[in-house]
Design a protein around this ligand. Structure first.
Ligand SMILES: C[S@@+](CC[C@H](N)C(=O)[O-])C[C@H]1O[C@@H](n2cnc3c(N)ncnc32)[C@H](O)[C@@H]1O
Length: 457
């Protein structure tokens, strides 16, 4: 009879287990993984960070580690072009694609070393550990160590000449901004994208007193901008439904419908419901329609927290007919989201020109259809959080060209938060992330939005 031995744990497994316990290792591993999923697989960052169905490693982390991952990945995406350029300079030859996570590991380390308040020593050592723990990255462990140590020594020389605006924006996108707004504004937009957006809240009432209570400033009717970012669920007023998170520029389109109390208003493409909440809290009877049942579920949860009551309909607008016409319509059409890159730094990396072409077609179909759902005399606000004139100004011009019986009702500067620079000569709202200077020491900027107001004759 042969003697049976209890198999001892292979050495590699023991090492992996030891590494997994090392402080900071799990967060860097998840950060590298998520960064790779966004950059190479074009997976939306929001989806990866979703606590219900997102990245499993991310969901398993403690709350403070999740915040760290969010910060690392956000930083690496915002500075992706700069980091890629620096790595290009310090690597003798490109790293072959099929080498596991080597490049993602390097990006995560460089992001921490150059753009975050994390000691180089920790960033380098955890990167080496990551390489050690990945079978395909293991042969590059020495290279990871050498490259990052060199970067630590030569930081100033290596970063001195970087043109961050151009490097962090795909060339095709930057050229479109130059064509639309000119080189100076295009650079301003690109620069704005290098910082994370401030935290803005739309309050139901008493903006000044909420600003005081939450340590913020009032930056326009009903918007409080906080001086510090923090977990929103823990802020005063969250549980009682006194406010919701909404960028200052995103709060403008719904207000363009004017007083809506008592009106039947259709909020089309409504989820997750920032604009629905504005309309409902202004006293409108809101029908909120969206194609996505899961996003509508979030809308319903948001309305429940805010103690607001709205009717929700899960439907593709292209295949839906309302039972009766509405007094007013808000159409927040699906778009490239290029106006929200400060909040969604993955957008420049995952969106392609062909995606924009498809969206333009959908927007045109939606507007052409829903415009007839408003009663004669009623207002329609069409908006997108895109910087592309093709998804804004051009869309409205094409609509008016092919549909009679509608007129533009120009938007005034006081409806654009009092900012004349956010209103075009044709009377459209056109906000840019580079607008809105710092206010009382509070970070400036707002999302890039387009809105047009039409009246059905
Ligand atoms: C820009 S988001 C809306 C944001 C929302 N209005 C807010 O303020 O919170 C666009 C929405 O359009 C929805 N959508 C896209 N295509 C649609 C369609 N054909 N019919 C209805 N909704 C659609 C998406 O599910 C998404 O929720």
């Amino acid at each position: 009879m042969t003697k049976s031995h209890r198999p001892s744990k292979p050495k590699n497994d023991q090492n992996a287990a030891k590494l997994a316990d090392k402080p900071g290792f799990a967060s860097r591993k998840v950060a590298a993984d998520i960064l790779g999923n966004v950059v190479h697989k074009r997976r939306p960052l929001d989806g990866e960070l979703d606590l219900a169905g997102g990245h499993s490693g991310f969901r398993a982390l403690a709350a403070n580690d999740r915040s760290l991952v969010r910060a690392i990945v956000g930083t690496c995406l915002r500075h992706h072009g700069e980091i890629a350029q620096i790595l290009d300079w310090v690597l003798d030859r490109p790293i072959p694609e099929k080498t596991g996570r080597v490049l993602d590991i390097l990006h995560v380390a460089v992001g921490q070393m150059l753009f975050m308040d994390i000691p180089d020593r920790a960033a380098v050592s955890l990167a080496v550990d990551l390489a050690q723990s990945d079978r395909r990255a293991l042969p590059y462990k020495g290279l990871v160590n050498g490259v990052l140590r060199r970067l630590g020594r030569e930081k100033d020389e290596l970063t001195g000449d970087l043109d961050a605006d151009l490097l962090n924006t795909p060339a095709w996108l930057f050229q479109r901004w130059v064509a639309a707004y000119g080189e100076t504004k295009a650079r301003g937009i690109a620069k704005a994208h290098q910082s994370e957006a401030a935290l803005d809240l739309t309050v139901k009432e008493n903006a000044e007193s909420w600003a005081q209570q939450l340590d913020g400033v009032v930056i326009g009717a009903g918007t409080v901008r906080l001086k510090q970012k923090s977990a929103v669920e823990q802020l005063d007023g969250f549980d009682q439904g006194a406010w919701w998170v909404q960028d200052a520029a995103a709060s403008l389109p719904a207000r363009l419908l004017g007083p809506v109390a008592g009106l039947n208003v259709a909020d089309l493409c409504a989820a997750p419901g920032g604009k629905t909440a504005q309309l409902a809290s202004s006293g409108a009877h809101v029908t909120a329609i969206d194609i996505s049942a899961s996003r509508l579920k979030r809308l319903a949860e948001n309305m429940a927290r805010l103690n607001l009551s709205v009717e929700t309909v899960a439907a593709d607008l292209r295949a839906y007919e309302p039972a009766a016409r509405f007094d007013a319509i808000l159409l927040d059409a699906p778009c490239s989201a290029t106006g929200t890159i400060r909040r969604h730094p993955d957008v420049p990396l995952i969106k392609k020109p062909q995606d924009i072409e498809k969206l333009i077609e959908i927007q045109s179909d939606l507007l052409g259809k829903v415009a007839y759902w408003v009663k004669p005399g009623g207002m329609i606000v069409y908006c997108t959080c895109s910087l592309e004139p093709a998804e804004g100004e051009d869309q409205i011009a094409a609509f008016l060209h092919s549909h009679s019986g509608f007129e533009i009702v120009p938007i005034a500067a006081d409806e654009a938060g009092g900012r004349a620079e956010a209103v075009t000569k044709d009377g459209y709202l056109r906000t840019l992330p580079s607008q809105l200077a710092e206010i009382d020491g509070v970070q400036g900027g707002w999302d890039g939005f387009f809105a047009a107001r039409l009246r059905r004759l």
